[in-house]
Ligand binder design. Structure first.
Ligand code: 13P
Length: 246
């Protein structure tokens, strides 16, 4: 399986004029056929990023950070998975901790978002992760509950496109670093759980303060199928370095 690198720009940059520089840094550093790269800008910049990606469809994909759980109608401010499909968006982050805890997204809403993505052929990147540092078994039971409530109870063939990202909330934003062996352990648990329920092997990424300085430590673990990168996604030098090392 190819490793996946997803660049989550979050609410950045604050000006459309900076988009080109970031996307070009990715495009210039794409290692041929080795990686699947997903650029995930703010939804307002999708069209610009799509044009910049142009013909590099084989290796560079376009994602969004959020999607409505509702199909269509009088829901001011929302955009649907069907709309995203019509804009050639291929991936959507669902259940990022910033959406869960800053915007009150519940597991019920997250499960509806996943259903809507699957129905509209958008690949969901489901984020799970414990809120604070705790003993591994406690972390695992927290994550297991997220998986059980966010994902369909019974195997659904459409779910084959699912990607999971393990993002311990306490490690996001560079405050506290995760031991890569902890990430690998959790990812193993997530994969075994998904296999036991759906009989399939899924890609599970790691996210949380990934950058050029620490990526090599994570790459030692074969369990980690790729990375969901936050702040380093915005810095061309970091992008170049990450894509060279992965
Ligand atoms: P940072 O890489 O900035 O810690 O963000 C991680 C993240 O939340 C990616 O979705």
């Amino acid at each position: 399986m190819k490793k996946i690198v997803a660049f989550n720009w979050k609410e950045n940059p604050d000006n459309l004029s900076r988009v080109g520089g970031i996307v070009r840094a990715v495009l210039r550093s794409v290692p041929k056929k080795r990686l699947t790269i997903v650029i995930i800008p703010p939804a307002l910049f999708i069209e610009k990023v799509r044009k910049l990606i142009g013909v590099r469809k084989e290796e560079v994909f376009l994602g969004v950070q959020n999607v409505s759980h509702l199909e269509k109608g009088a829901f001011t401010g929302e955009f649907s998975a069907a709309m995203l499909g019509s804009l050639k968006v291929t991936h959507a982050i669902v259940g990022h901790s910033e959406r869960r805890y800053l915007f009150g997204e519940t597991d019920k809403i997250i499960s509806l978002k996943i259903k809507s993505c699957l129905k509209n052929k958008i690949k969901p990147i489901l984020c799970v992760g414990e809120k604070k540092k705790m003993p591994q078994e406690k972390s695992w039971s927290f994550i297991r509950r997220q998986l059980e409530t966010d994902l369909p109870k019974i195997p659904d063939p459409k779910l084959r496109t699912l990607i999971v990202a393990y993002e311990p909330v306490w490690s996001i934003g560079g405050n506290r670093k995760v031991n890569p062996s902890h990430a690998a352990y959790m990812i193993d648990k997530i994969k075994s759980f998904l296999y036991s329920v759906y009989g399939r092997r899924y890609s599970v990424l790691y996210g949380g303060s990934v950058g050029c300085k620490n990526i090599k430590n994570f790459l030692k673990y074969h369990q980690i199928d790729g990375f969901l990168v936050g702040s380093a996604s915005l810095r061309p030098a970091e992008i170049r370095c990450l894509l060279k090392l992965i």
